[in-house]
Design a protein around this ligand. Structure first.
Ligand code: HEC
Ligand code: CU
Length: 506
């Protein structure tokens, strides 16, 4: 108990010091109002020790009625009121204080508030100050240290001090904020998810990738909410209220917060990169019974070859639920294979040794688009081709049609037959001389023979050269090199197709 009052004495000396800054002229007539005798006596003693005759304590009152009466009869310049004393009716006291017109000041002193004190002047009291007086004990502001007042000019008020927020009520703010952040996170997350930022997931590879996307949505929603809710709450709850002229608390550094906001992002990066690495491994893992499609990109087209059938198409047809291996190369510059619904993307590079692979297992029947995702020249923006995912039956039917279409075309047939029979090993179609003469531009030309005569390369000559190569030997080439087996191994129809193909090689 005694210690408490020592604290009071200590406080009192500050209060008394503060007295010097109050009011005009000395001696000062002071009235002290408190039901607590130690409050009044202690203060009185300090007044006498410190100020001697300069300040006169004209009265000590212990009740509301006494105090109001003394204010009339003793005519004090200053009334010091024990703000913790509940028997002092603040409203009534305030009304008497405001009513009079003789200069008077009131100092509200709170021992519970750590000896804080605030001074009101009858002539300069503002409505908001009166409000504070009535309602909010925490607006009681600490009096300046004795050293301070000696240097400051005479004013009626202490310099405004930052408000102190008691621990329990700051906990309340955090609880409210946590609720707001959680609610906002959920709403933003749902908003992002429903907003269809991502197109349909049409491949098995899209599933783990979208999982990572969702994790990012959650992180985005949380961080967005954390920042905006703290801002919003601060703006609404901690805004400057009318009459508040003080500056906000100045906070410099907080090691715990800094450790947390360094450790959490490090952890987040580690977690996300682990998931990312695992997803990548899953996305590129080879599957059994993959169907290979050779993809060729060029300025500005996509071409897809199915090596099992030799079918070439400018649309990518894929059977659903079948693992696909794309082997991709470019004829010129770098292009990039990208079907957003499949999520995965792969650059396509020129060069035989730089064939890139990409694995896709379509899981959704539908029409999509492969668009080049690497700026590759003037018509890059138009470099797209249809991607059609169908059921296995529809795919087989489409493939059958393609094969049939090839078969319906004698030139295509002739090309296939000449390849199957190895003619291409000796005869080029690009003009280069090989073991045998090139077929490029052969049809209709004058061919010089080994005996010096010339012959027109017409249907009859070509036919004869295939079935009886030794009869007319081309100049510069040896006889007996071209096999004479074709008379027996090829049908007349097949020979006719080959001739059609040779005609087409211009
Ligand atoms: C081992 C190499 C070889 C193979 C395989 C071969 N040829 Fe020849 N072919 C030659 C040579 C050498 C000549 C030139 C000498 C000649 O006329 O006999 C020739 C000539 C020809 C000519 C005449 C060309 C001209 O420029 O006048 C035709 C047409 C021809 N071959 C068609 C075929 C066809 C069709 C096949 C496959 C079914 C084939 N050859 C397979 C080596 C080959
Ligand atoms: Cu391109």
């Amino acid at each position: 108990m005694l210690r408490n009052y020592l604290g009071f004495i200590d406080f009192s000396s500050r209060t008394v010091a503060f007295m010097g800054t109050v009011g005009m002229g000395l001696p000062r007539r002071v009235l002290i109002a408190s039901a607590n005798p130690l409050f009044g006596k202690g203060l009185q003693k300090i007044f006498q020790e410190r100020w001697g005759t300069q300040a006169v304590v004209v009265g000590l009152t212990g009740s509301m009625g006494e105090t109001l009466q003394a204010m009339e009869t003793l005519q004090p310049d200053l009334v010091i009121v024990d703000y913790d004393d509940r028997s002092m009716n603040r409203a009534e006291f305030l009304s008497h204080f405001v009513a009079g017109d003789r200069p008077m000041q009131v100092m509200l002193v709170s021992l519970r508030g750590g000896g804080s004190a605030v001074v009101y002047d009858r002539h300069t009291l503002t409505p908001s100050e009166a409000e504070d007086w009535l309602n909010v004990p925490k607006t009681i502001q600490p009096a300046p240290e004795p050293d301070d007042w000696l240097n400051v000019p005479k004013t009626t008020h202490t310099a405004p001090q930052p408000r102190e927020i008691p621990r329990r009520s700051s906990m309340k703010h955090f609880v409210r904020l946590a609720v707001m952040v959680i609610v906002s996170t959920i709403l933003v997350y749902l908003g992002l998810e429903r907003s269809k930022i991502l197109p349909d997931a049409a491949s098995a590879q899209a599933i783990p990738i979208d999982g990572l996307f969702k994790l990012h949505y959650a992180a985005i929603a949380f961080l967005f909410s954390l920042i905006t809710m703290f801002m919003l709450y601060s703006i609404l709850v901690f805004r400057r209220k009318p009459g508040e002229t003080g500056e906000g608390a100045h906070i410099r550094g907080n090691n715990r917060v800094e450790m947390v906001w360094t450790a959490l992002p490090v952890l987040a990066v580690l977690v996300v990169s682990t998931i990312g690495a695992r997803n990548l491994a899953e996305v590129i893992r080879p599957a059994q019974n993959e169907m290979v499609v050779n993809v060729t990109a060029g300025q500005w087209f996509w071409s897809y070859e199915y090596p099992e059938t030799g079918v070439v198409s400018d649309s990518l047809y894929l059977p659903v639920n079948k693992p696909i291996l794309l082997r991709m190369t470019s004829q010129d510059v770098i292009h990039s294979f990208w079907v957003p619904e499949f999520r995965v993307k792969q650059d396509v590079l020129p060069g035989e040794n730089l064939v890139k692979e990409l694995r896709i297992t379509p899981i959704l029947i539908g029409n999509f688009k492969n668009r080049c995702a690497e700026l590759c020249g003037g018509a890059h923006a138009y470099m797209e081709s249809p991607v059609v995912v169908t059921s296995q039956e529809d795919f087989d039917a489409w493939m059958q049609n393609q094969v049939q279409a090839v078969m319906d075309d004698p030139v295509a047939r002739g090309n296939a037959i000449s390849r199957q029979n190895g003619c291409a090993a000796c005869h080029s179609i690009d003009g280069k001389a090989g073991v045998g003469p090139t077929w490029k531009g052969l049809y209709g030309e004058q061919q010089t023979l080994a005996d010096g005569s010339t012959v027109t390369a017409d249907d009859a000559y070509l036919h004869e050269s295939i079935v009886d190569p030794q009869v007319k030997v081309v100049e510069g080439y040896a006889a007996n090199v071209m096999p004479s087996v074709y008379k027996d191994s090829l049908t007349e129809e097949q020979i006719a197709d080959i001739i059609e193909f040779i005609k087409s090689v211009k």
